[in-house]
Design a protein around this ligand. Structure first.
Ligand code: AP5
Length: 222
């Protein structure tokens, strides 16, 4: 299965991608996580990406495409994968389509998760993340311990640099201008599933899995 989890910052792409990855046993590929790892490792990619990410702007397409091309050729992607946070521009979508064609892989299923801007702001302003293992804490669902020590791995819990109100508003504006138009690209080319993300994590997960299982059933019966 080849999936794209799509939607504005904070709609739950990462949360759902991890759960779907467990269910279908295919890897989650998060460009945001890969970039944050590069920043932690202080490598060339991290140095080039940091200033864009701090402002909430998009990292240039050529850098992103390089890491995606490399990643989807790895053996764990042979049965499919879940893209989380990619593609984010029409140019990225076009390059991905070419790559999939070259690799003779089937069209993507795009899962578009929708959440109101107010709820997005509440979620992102309430989020903290473990800087070591990436565990997610949130005032709304799983508050971080007062000492900010991760209960999963003992690492330090911190607020992501781009989770402040000004940067979140910029991320939302850029999503509307540059990323949302990517939906139309896939409406014409792949399978498009619309999901109401204004529900609990478990309810959203159930909605997505239900839709994907129905699709698989349809494909089997063809
Ligand atoms: P990225 O890391 O992709 O960030 P994002 O798109 O802004 O998404 P988030 O991780 O903030 O949110 P999400 O939708 O994954 O939600 P999550 O599950 O985490 O990108 C960061 C930056 O990297 C970009 O701004 C850009 O600079 C750069 N970048 C990345 N990819 C790029 C690309 N392809 N091209 C160019 N630049 C790129 O959930 C958020 C919070 O809400 C969590 O705390 C979670 O617990 C909570 N939550 C989730 N679901 C629910 C629910 N149903 N109810 C209540 N709370 C919930």
């Amino acid at each position: 299965m080849y999936l794209i989890l799509f939607g504005a910052p904070g709609v739950g792409k990462g949360t759902q991608a991890k759960m779907i990855s467990n269910y279908f046993k295919i890897p989650q590929i998060s460009t945001g996580d890969m970039l944050r790892e590069a920043i932690r490792n202080k490598n060339d990619l991290g140095k080039s990406a940091q200033s864009f990410m701090d402002k909430g702007s998009l990292v240039p397409d050529d850098l992103i495409l390089k890491i995606i091309k490399h990643r989807i050729l790895e053996p764990d992607c042979s049965r499919g994968f879940i893209l989380d946070g990619f593609p984010r521009t029409i140019a990225q979508a076009k390059s991905l389509a070419l790559l999939m064609q070259e690799m003779q892989l089937p069209p993507f299923i795009l899962v578009d998760i929708n959440v109101s801007d107010k709820d997005i702001l509440d979620r992102l302003m309430g989020r903290k993340t473990c800087t070591k293992c990436g565990a997610d804490y949130n005032k709304l669902t799983r508050p971080a311990p007062e000492n900010n020590i991760c209960t999963d791995c003992g690492g330090t819990i911190a607020t992501r640099d781009d989770d402040n109100e000004e940067t979140i508003q910029n991320r939302l504006r850029i999503y509307g201008e540059q990323t949302a138009p990517v939906k139309d690209f896939y409406k014409k080319r792949g399978t498009f599933i619309n999901i109401d993300g204004n529900k609990s994590v478990e309810q959203v997960y159930f909605l997505i899995i239900n839709e994907l299982n129905q699709l698989q059933e349809l494909q089997r019966n063809r």
